[in-house]
Ligand binder design. Structure first.
Ligand code: SAM
Length: 267
């Protein structure tokens, strides 16, 4: 692992979520949860100074590191092959220009807090189809992504995640494990994408547009809003046939029920 002094000397950019890991056990826990097959393809988002990358490179030669900050080039090239480091914004990557990943394909990273949700939703909606994803996230985000219907943390992010993947949270880590120390706790999140065609993904993305509007007013009853927004669909009938209370709020409707509610024949 890169020495702590080198992490302290670096001018960290808060805007890029640069909180570097200084605890090798944390990286081991992430790899344990990722459980990659032998010689798998592993992509890491945001390698920083390479704390996690070192562990990935021990597991496979078939890796790619995506880092936005070119100031980290010298550090990363000490541990990784230059042709396996891609400098640029992961969110703007054209995946079709990259070598096609093997069947055993995994994505992981200690994600920048600022863009973690965006990175996860983009991967899940894409045609990448990794076998498993494991990320270290702000604890609150990991818990929200994994939450089930009627739980306090259940919201749009939980529905989005459930439309594309099964989730499991892992160990929790305190700010002392990073330089500089973040203000919040961190937690591991493992995602196992569902086997969906691109067509099915597209349909789910369409449904999510409606779900996101409902969650902007999470305390309001859903049925009256749907009746008003979509007068040509008999949502009252759909609520009855789905055994949904006419007083249900967005947080009382499960991901499966959202899919049924907005199934193609309706709105
Ligand atoms: N993996 C390292 C570790 O655990 O020490 C660094 C993790 S740090 C929380 C997040 C890293 O993501 C930083 O190196 C940052 O520069 C990089 N980063 C931020 N936004 C990015 C983006 N859009 N695309 C690629 N890398 C990004």
């Amino acid at each position: 692992m890169r020495d702590k002094q080198s992490s302290r000397d670096f001018q960290h950019k808060k805007s890029l979520g640069q909180n570097f890991c200084i605890n090798p056990n944390l990286c081991d826990s992430l790899i344990e949860l990722l459980a990659p097959a032998d010689n798998a393809t592993i992509w890491e988002i945001g390698p920083g100074k390479g704390a996690l990358s070192e562990k990935i490179i021990e597991k496979t030669d078939d890796y790619l590191l995506f880092e936005i900050d070119e100031r980290l080039k010298e550090d990363l090239e000490k541990i990784a092959s230059p042709d396996r480091i891609i400098f640029g914004d992961f969110l703007k990557t054209d995946f079709s220009k990259l070598p096609k990943p093997a069947n055993d394909f995994y994505i992981c990273g200690n994600l920048p807090y600022c863009s973690a949700t965006h990175i996860i939703t983009q991967i899940l909606e894409s045609s990448l189809n990794p076998r498993r994803l494991v990320f270290l996230l702000q604890e609150e985000v990991a818990v929200k992504a994994a939450a089930s219907v009627n739980e306090k943390e259940y919201g749009y992010l939980s529905v989005h995640r459930a439309f594309f993947a099964k989730a499991q949270t892992g160990k929790k880590f305190s700010p002392e494990n990073f330089i500089p120390k973040p203000k919040v706790m961190s937690k591991l999140l493992a995602l196992e994408p569902l086997l969906l065609t691109q067509e099915e993904k597209k349909e789910r993305i369409e449904v999510l547009k409606k779900v996101s509007v409902l969650f902007t007013q999470r305390r309001k009853m859903v049925l009256p809003r749907l009746k008003k927004g979509f007068p040509n669909t008999d949502f009252a009938d759909r609520f009855i046939s789905m055994n949904l209370s006419p007083e249900a709020r967005p947080e009382n409707i499960s991901p499966e029920q959202y899919l049924l509610l907005f199934k193609k024949s309706g709105e």
